[in-house]
Write a protein that binds this ligand. Sequence first.
Ligand code: UDP
Length: 239
Amino acid sequence: MSSINYKRVVLKVSGEALAGKDGFGINPEIIKSLAEEIKSVHALGVEISIVVGGGNIWRGETGAKLGMERSQADYMGMLATVMNSLALQDGLESVGVPTRVQTAIEMRQIAEPYIRRRAIRHLEKHRVVIFAAGTGNPYFSTDTVAALRAAEMDAEVILMAKNNVDGVYSADPKQDPDAVKFDELSQSDMINKDLRVMDMTASFLSMDNDIPLIVFNINEPGNIERVVLGEDIGTKIRG
Ligand code: UDP
């Protein structure tokens, strides 16, 4: 067995990453390849919990801009994360990875309610746990959920999977040819430089709880495994 750098991780996957080239909805091929990647990391003995976003289906902010009441629009966003979580659970189970979905808003017919101790027990029994329905509260993001659940699970790191970006840059590399990639940063650098890898609430929460983050490109096959094996890819953000 290869030597792993982290025993317990939280993987954050944005909804956008599940849409693939379609830009919307859930792409079954992406689910399949993501499930295979998670399977190989799981096989290394890493305890994995996953937070999936919902931006491929719905974002509360978009609804609010269109005139909807913000909380209502945010609840729709949280429901979008449940759809993504169920799709990912299906993908993981079809490659033989035992998985539980826990929702922050009760919907007992389709998933367990979020119970911290039970989630930890699942991880100890080597099941992958997917945290769905956000924090259960409007005005938050799934990045904040990743920081919150990482603290609750006592995870060593948040693996921040990004779509087609291989780390944190000084400027948008697609627009500025002089943009440089950082190998390592602190959360306070991120906040001071306004680098926006995650929203401020999520940044402060990970900083307060001293949880590091690794930002890496999910579109490069094998990257989740590279990160847990300690290869220097992406950008490490100290807690
Ligand atoms: N959301 C929320 N509370 C939470 C987490 C998420 O209200 O605790 C809603 C919010 O409307 C957000 C949507 O769910 O826009 C989808 O989450 P997010 O935008 O974080 O997804 P991602 O960008 O990672 O795909």
